[in-house]
Design a protein around this ligand. Structure first.
Ligand code: AP5
Ligand code: ZN
Length: 214
């Protein structure tokens, strides 16, 4: 099953990707997580992405497209994958299409901007795994520590309110057009398109997703 998770920063893509990975046994391809690992490792890609990401801007289409194509070619993607944070521009979606990478489901997470700003202020992440928590809505079992490894949780550097608002602006300008793009793809019979209410509690969103994809 090949799935695109489409939605604003903080809409819950990473949170539900963890659920879907467990349910369907397919890997999560989070371009954001891949870039953060590259920054951590100090690779050339990381050096190119660091400043851009901390300012809440998008990394160049060219870099991202190369990264995703390479990842999808790996054997563990043969029976499907979850794209989290890609594509997020029309050129990225076009590049997928011209490379012959097909998708079965596109899932749009609908969440208002103000809910997102509030959510991001309480987010904590486990950098090693991509697991995501929220101080109030999805707290770890032990304060400040990852449930699985017991390692310390971190705050993402791009989660300050000013940067979140900038990321939301870029989402509306450059990523939102993908709603019309994939709605048209669905009408043409190339994939299924689902819009879900991302403001429901985490477990309810997961349940809704399980129903959609059953
Ligand atoms: P990326 O890492 O992809 O960030 P994003 O798209 O901005 O999305 P987030 O990870 O912030 O949010 P999410 O939807 O995963 O929400 P989460 O589940 O964490 O990208 C980061 C940067 O990398 C970009 O700004 C760009 O610079 C670069 N980049 C990445 N991909 C790129 C691309 N394709 N092209 C160019 N540049 C790219 O949830 C958020 C919080 O809410 C958590 O605390 C969570 O616990 C909580 N929460 C989740 N669901 C619920 C719920 N239902 N109710 C209450 N709280 C909830
Ligand atoms: Zn995420």
């Amino acid at each position: 099953m090949r799935i695109i998770l489409l939605g604003a920063p903080g809409a819950g893509k990473g949170t539900q990707a963890q659920f879907l990975m467990g349910k369907f046994g397919i890997p999560q391809i989070s371009t954001g997580d891949m870039l953060r690992s590259a920054i951590e490792a100090g690779t050339e890609l990381g050096l190119a992405a660091k400043q851009v990401m901390s300012e809440g801007k998008l990394v160049s289409d060219e870099l991202i497209i190369g990264l995703v194509k390479e990842r999808i070619a790996q054997p563990d993607c043969a029976k499907g994958f979850l794209l989290d944070g890609f594509p997020r521009t029309i050129p990225q979606a076009d590049a997928m299409k011209t490379s012959g990478i097909k998708v079965d489901h596109v899932i749009e997470f609908d969440v208002d901007d103000e809910v997102i700003v509030e959510r991001m202020s309480g987010r904590r992440v486990h950098p090693g795994s991509g697991r995501v928590y929220h101080l109030r809505y999805n707290p770890p079992k032990a304060e400040g520590l990852d449930d699985v490894t017991g390692e310390e949780l971190a705050i993402r550097p791009d989660d300050q309110e000013e940067t979140v608002r900038k990321r939301l602006g870029i989402y509306h300008e450059q990523t939102k057009p993908l709603v019309a793009y994939y709605s048209a793809e669905a009408k043409a019979g190339h994939c299924a398109y689902h819009k879900l209410d991302g403001t429901q509690p985490v477990e309810q969103v997961s349940q809704h997703l399980a129903q959609l994809l059953a």
